[in-house]
Design a protein. Structure first.
Length: 339
């Protein structure tokens, strides 16, 4: 090569990767495919350069591998890379678009997560998946028992009564029905035990992580939410302000303004839906406490007087996200405002 590679766009895949490398003046130096086993060898032979990748499956793994080789890796949301694809959908066009996007001064990047942070997020995702499954099992049990005239109330008490009725009146059910229903009940108990095990591991990590403990001092944020934010946001300095962090979570209004007229709609719901849901659930708990004791959250109490409960809850989640950014960036615990 007449000049050294300055920037590389790497399009990730399962087996065949595409590389697009340019020099400091933008001249294309390399445009080729790599098999999975050839990636490390190719980047080992390159001098330290900027490597751009989309933040997709396996991106953090490859980012850690290339950082260990001395390269500067920048991950970008795929939605921000798409506008730079000139024409057609090919691996070569994607790699070229990644190489172009990573050089833009206004591009926003995703922090590379460590192995431990990804492991904690796996605990959260697994728990979130299992939390949804008991609802499916309960609905199935309720529907099947109703076919034999066994109907119980709704809610947690109704589930307990339903399982009790299944054991007390199982003689009224056919053998095949008993087998199927007891299998569903056993699956519910196994899921409850597995959820408790995952939550115990999340709580242990939360107690050992300094950032997570600081986040838990904020009203509406408990160990689950705090550990999820701490693991998902390894570097709060990537966000210029708390508002940008809230916008990243999709908690800010969607703008549809033109001609000098400002039009704001509902929240964008972009970004990490799991973190957004946890913050909204936490804000809901704070709202219930505020209705009983308005002195604890005067800002929330005043907002509830003007806005519906759901809008006020999302507004509080937005405020909580901004406070969380301040706590992470300043490395301080939350201090409640003076009355």
């Amino acid at each position: 090569m007449k000049q050294e590679v300055a920037t590389v766009g790497l399009d990730l895949a399962k087996n065949v990767f595409q590389v697009h490398a340019v020099g400091s003046d933008g001249t294309v130096l390399v445009r080729r495919k790599l098999r999975r086993a050839e990636v490390i060898g190719f980047f080992t032979d390159l001098p330290g350069c900027v490597v751009g990748m989309e933040a997709c499956a396996s991106a953090h793994h490859w980012a850690r591998e290339l950082i260990a080789l001395g390269h500067e890796v920048r991950l970008m949301p795929p939605a921000y890379v798409k506008p730079y694809v000139k024409r057609g959908k090919t691996d070569a066009a994607d790699a070229e678009a990644i190489c172009e996007a990573v050089m833009r001064p206004t591009m926003r990047f995703v922090a590379v997560k460590s192995v431990e942070q990804q492991a904690v997020l796996m605990l959260h995702k697994s728990r979130d998946l299992m939390v949804r499954q008991p609802t499916m099992l309960i609905n199935a049990l309720r529907g099947h028992l109703a076919e034999y005239g066994i109907v119980t109330g709704m809610g947690a008490g109704g589930v307990t009564a339903m399982l009790k009725a299944l054991h007390e009146r199982e003689d009224e059910l056919p053998a095949h029905a008993r087998s199927a229903l007891h299998g569903l009940a056993a699956q519910m108990r196994a899921l409850a035990s597995e959820i408790d095990r995952l939550e115990a591991q999340i709580l242990a990590w939360h107690r050992a992580d300094e950032t997570s403990r600081r986040l838990a001092t904020i009203p509406g944020i408990g160990p689950i939410t705090a550990s999820a934010i701490s693991a998902a946001v390894p570097d709060a300095s990537l966000f210029r302000s708390g508002r940008q962090f809230a916008a990243w979570l999709g908690l800010t209004p969607r703008a549809n303004s033109s001609g000098g007229k400002e039009r704001l709609g509902g929240i964008t719901k972009q970004g990490d839906g799991y973190l957004r849901r946890l913050l909204v659930v936490g804000a809901t708990a704070v709202m219930r406490i505020t209705r009983k004791n308005a002195e604890r959250q005067p800002w929330m109490a005043q907002l509830l007087e003007r806005k519906p409960a759901k809008i006020a809850t999302v507004a509080l989640a937005n405020k909580t996200a901004r406070i969380a950014w301040a706590v992470m960036s300043r490395k301080e615990v939350y201090a409640a405002p003076a009355a």
